[in-house]
Ligand binder design. Sequence first.
Ligand SMILES: [Zn+2]
Length: 231
Amino acid sequence: MEITKHPSPNFEDRDPSTPIDTIVLHSISLPTEEENLEMLCCEDPGVSAHYLIKQEGEVLQLVEEHKKAMHCGKSYWQGREWLNGNSIGIELSTPNFCPFSPKQMQNLAELCLEIVKRYNIPQTNIVAHSDISPDRKEDPGVNFNWELLAKYGVGLWPKNFETDLKADMRKAMELLAQIGYKTGTNLDNVLAVKAFQRRYRPALVDGKLDDFTHSRIVTIARLVDEYRGIV
Ligand SMILES: [Zn+2]
């Protein structure tokens, strides 16, 4: 795929003993595409990502993969914190919160597949910024189509979801933690439910563990479990 280099100064050296094993997906929604690109390349506030996929699908590389891009900040997934060190960050440009375009999704999938192959990244480590920093971040947001991405072979999506299971807080938190979310305090638990809903039940993101959300948590936890069993 065609990738245009557009270097950002906002990176650090990676710790060579920390392998790359995660992809973090973001969206950036300033009023114009130029502002989105500028935000990831100016020295203040010093943020960046490895890639920015523009609205019409053009892929820009801002930071070399062997360097650490400054894209997720304080974060947690599967027991690890501060994921900049072990991840590749991909930003989707959605000026003024416009929808993700089909070409943008297609090129995102193609880019992810290449990265997954390069580093042997597990499907369970393709995450939203909102999954790993749920106290601060909502991107790529409720309009991001995870099901479509999974159809391209990136990330897990079930054929069917469980329905009609009874909400069970203790069990749900155990399963969310197994999937990767940070749980523990009451606040952590509410934020984990919200992050899960944002991705798997975007019609209602309220942080409440209803039967519907619980059923989806059980489905995804099972899918993750099955996947881990075969890799
Ligand atoms: Zn983000």
